[in-house]
Design a protein around this ligand. Structure first.
Ligand code: FAD
Length: 388
């Protein structure tokens, strides 16, 4: 059995490692010429960490992961604590600590585990087709590759998805822009082992630790899609959006490096339930493009990789049965996470200001129980976090 994987993001690399684990010959094709992920870090929740552990990356993941002992929500303007609570009950319940990890380091870990020399960089797929005996990917340089199966882990603007669904599907602007980056930890912004979030006016500012004494930070700003933005102007833009916010937020704005701060318009895609056409399947953002509001897009891609492995393990000689089993295992779970994220997004970003005000009130009375219940609800349901 030979599998071609298009895209060397966290989904494609997890899938390549997972398929190779069960003896499938794999080849990875990536359009960029080197490992340069967009975005500073991600929170790998316990379900994602369990997938990385399963792929043999437990020790390295632990080394790269930030330690989050507590979570807190702070009032945007005063900086007063609305609630602060330990994450230990969550860890106890799901049996695994989550790890925020710098994106470049996560990506390098996966690529090195697979073998950097085994990744075909600079290979942009331009089309994919399949027939009775094989699937074929064609690249921008005119070359082609054939295999028993092509897995399209080619991200949110997937060409593979167009093939599987028979045409392009428009993504939906979620209504906000996310600025993110890395800064050294600083008590003036938040405690070094806390995921601290300032909330108010439908905006939020958050820091959480990654390894190496750094915070992953992000700012969410509600604004129309497509506004002009000059790269490097993050400090001025954020000062304007967060004027009058608490001293911790101002300290973060003063500290961040505007040149390396990313600005991302957040989009998602309505869940769809056809992930397979013949010998071609989608995986990761290509299959379920979500807003980052519950930090599950990448974790869900890792879950896909494990489910794909199990589907081929159970149907070793039948590509169609394997891909059918993969689709069946993943469609509902991944779609559920997209919708959960969308719901959270709307509350966080004041789509309905009364609901957001009610949430702020809830946070003022929160002892952690409700927030943790919500996060556990996101974590449970994947291949390695089955419902009890
Ligand atoms: P990608 O990471 O997009 O990788 C796709 C790869 O395919 C890329 O390397 C691309 O170059 C390549 N490619 C694309 N087209 C082609 C082509 N035609 N030919 C060859 N190669 C191609 N998730 C979490 O789990 N936790 C978080 O905290 C979190 N935070 C986020 C914050 C933000 C601001 C954003 C935007 C997303 C966040 N996510 C988070 C989501 C996460 O980043 C994605 O779900 C994840 O990157 C998906 O991985 P992927 O491999 O499917 O796609």
């Amino acid at each position: 059995m030979r599998a071609v994987i298009i895209g060397a993001g966290m989904g494609g690399m997890s899938a390549a490692i997972a398929l190779r684990q069960i003896g499938i010959e794999t080849a990875v094709y990536e359009r960029v010429t080197e490992n340069k992920p967009v975005g500073a870090a991600i929170s790998v929740w316990s379900n994602g960490v369990k997938c990385l552990n399963y792929l043999g990356l437990e020790e390295r993941t632990r080394e790269l992961g930030g330690i989050v002992e507590t979570m807190s929500y702070l009032d945007a303007h005063t900086g007063d604590t609305m609630c602060r609570f330990s994450l230990q009950p969550l860890i106890d319940e799901v049996g695994q600590r989550p790890y925020p990890i710098a994106r470049a380091e996560l990506q390098s870990m996966l690529m090195e585990a697979y073998g950097l020399d085994d990744i075909n960089f600079g290979m942009k797929m331009v089309s994919v087709t399949d027939g009775p005996d094989q699937a074929t990917a064609t690249f921008a340089d005119g070359s082609t590759v054939t295999a028993d199966v092509v897995i399209g882990a080619d991200g949110a603007n997937s060409i593979t998805r167009e093939y599987v669904l028979g045409g392009p599907v428009p993504r939906r602007y979620a209504g906000y822009v996310n600025f993110n980056g890395l800064v050294p930890t600083d008590d003036a912004i938040g405690p070094a082992t806390e995921w601290t979030t300032y909330v108010g006016e439908g905006k939020r500012v958050s820091v959480m630790p990654v390894a190496g004494g750094r915070f992953y930070f992000f700012f969410d700003v509600v604004e129309p899609e497509g506004l002009p933005y000059e790269k490097g102007s993050a400090r001025e833009v954020l000062r304007r959006h967060f004027a009058g916010w608490a001293p911790g937020v101002q300290a973060l704005i003063d500290t961040l490096d505007p040149a390396s701060t990313n600005r991302v318009e957040i989009l998602d895609l309505d869940p769809f339930d056809t992930w397979v056409k013949g010998r071609v399947a989608v995986l990761g953002d290509a299959a379920h493009n979500t807003t980052p509001d519950i930090g599950q897009g990448g974790c869900s891609a890792m879950e896909d990789a494990i489910a794909l492995q199990w589907a081929f393990r159970d149907n070793p000689d039948d590509v169609h049965a394997a891909l059918g089993a993969y689709e069946k295992a993943r469609v509902e779970r991944a779609g559920d996470l997209v919708l959960r994220a969308r719901k959270r997004c709307d509350v966080t970003h004041a789509k309905n200001p009364a609901a957001t005000a009610a949430w702020y009130d809830e946070l003022r009375g929160e002892d952690g129980t409700n927030v943790i219940r919500g996060i556990v609800g996101n974590i449970m349901g994947g291949p390695l976090t089955p419902f009890p």
